[in-house]
Ligand binder design. Sequence first.
Ligand SMILES: CC(C)(COP(=O)(O)OP(=O)(O)OC[C@H]1O[C@@H](n2cnc3c(N)ncnc32)[C@H](O)[C@@H]1OP(=O)(O)O)[C@@H](O)C(=O)NCCC(=O)NCCS
Length: 178
Amino acid sequence: MEEAKAWGLSNSVQLRPMRVEDIPAICEIEQEAFTTPWTSGAFHNELTHNQFAKYIVLECDGEIAGYGGMWLIMEEAHVTNIAVRSKFRGLKFGERLMREMQRTARLFGAVRMTLEVRPSNIIAQRLYEKLGFYSVGVRRGYYTDNQEDAIIMWAELPDDRAAESVRSQRNGAAAETE
Ligand SMILES: CC(C)(COP(=O)(O)OP(=O)(O)OC[C@H]1O[C@@H](n2cnc3c(N)ncnc32)[C@H](O)[C@@H]1OP(=O)(O)O)[C@@H](O)C(=O)NCCC(=O)NCCS
């Protein structure tokens, strides 16, 4: 955590689509972050064969600090994974990745987003709640490593253009009454 706090505003942070050559670094983060990490083959397949998949990485000073992915199917986005390298946690990188995924999902026409999270993963739940997710139920024994349940969460993805239109209508109405 001390190391993380040493990273400040002077660091350059960039969000971009994940590429095949990122996979070795992504797999290192997977190993750090999850008890049942995805294989490099799984990521390779996602990037090269899954037309529904969108994966992004966050780079800090050229180093991959985190990544996130989702499947975009019609009006729904399903988050498959999100992780931040341990030394970069607590710097809002997870939040930036999630916000970027929400923005991208909206751009591609999704109106809602879903994910699963372990009941024991309070940090991830706090992050999701902050971004508008709420729990709707439980998948019993979802996680194969310890048979832990999964909390199913959903969030609505408001259309920015609709929100902007509502705002301008309100401003127009306010101006007319002045
Ligand atoms: C979950 C994870 C991606 C969060 O990434 P992060 O970059 O450390 O989180 P951020 O700095 O963006 O924090 C955003 C919000 O998450 C929550 N959060 C982050 N760290 C927290 C902590 N230590 N305790 C409680 N809430 C925390 C807070 O709501 C925080 O917002 P706030 O700072 O305004 O309170 C990261 O902890 C991780 O990679 N964990 C391992 C993999 C994982 O569990 N992925 C999710 C699977 S469902």
